[in-house]
Design a protein around this ligand. Structure first.
Ligand code: DQA
Length: 143
């Protein structure tokens, strides 16, 4: 199985940004955790991070015919981006929405997720382990 892990804006600032919400691990730590999980589970993985909405749309489009699963934390674009929703619906690749924090317990503006409609499930509030759970979910259901 070939899984694409997409992280949106400011996820590259993990470890620096609001550690009381997102923890002290860095983006490099997250990539290492994802790569170890992929090795243990014998799946292939590519990690992609961008602060730009259009680049995330491009990456989802490029996944068509190549990847069998997408793990996506669109970060702030979760709450605003019809373009990312449309891209996920265009490629029809099983996707899992991940959030490091428990967005359901945060501000009102974080209660809307545009991408959720195109995702099989949502994992939120499990910290970096949410990405591990998302990979296992895709492997168990679509691998
Ligand atoms: C986030 C939650 C979003 O509301 C926020 O804009 C982020 C990160 C999370 O992983 O908890 O940047 O997606």
């Amino acid at each position: 199985m070939n899984i694409l892990v997409i992280n949106g804006p400011n996820i590259n600032m993990l470890g620096i940004r609001e550690p009381e919400i997102y923890g002290r691990n860095t983006y490099a730590d997250l990539v290492a955790l994802i790569e170890k999980t992929a090795k243990d589970e014998r799946v292939k993985v590519k990690c992609f991070q961008s602060n730009h909405e259009g680049e995330i749309v491009d990456e989802i489009q490029k996944a068509y015919g190549i990847f069998d699963g997408i793990v996506i934390n669109p970060a702030a674009y979760t709450h605003t981006s019809v373009a990312i929703l449309d891209a996920l619906q265009s490629v029809c690749i099983p996707a899992v929405e991940v959030h490091i924090s428990d967005v359901s317990k945060r501000e009102d503006f974080r209660q809307i997720s545009y991408v959720r409609k195109a995702c099989e499930t949502t994992i939120a509030g499990h910290g970096l382990n949410g990405y591990v759970e998302a990979i296992l979910y895709l492997k168990n259901n679509f691998g």
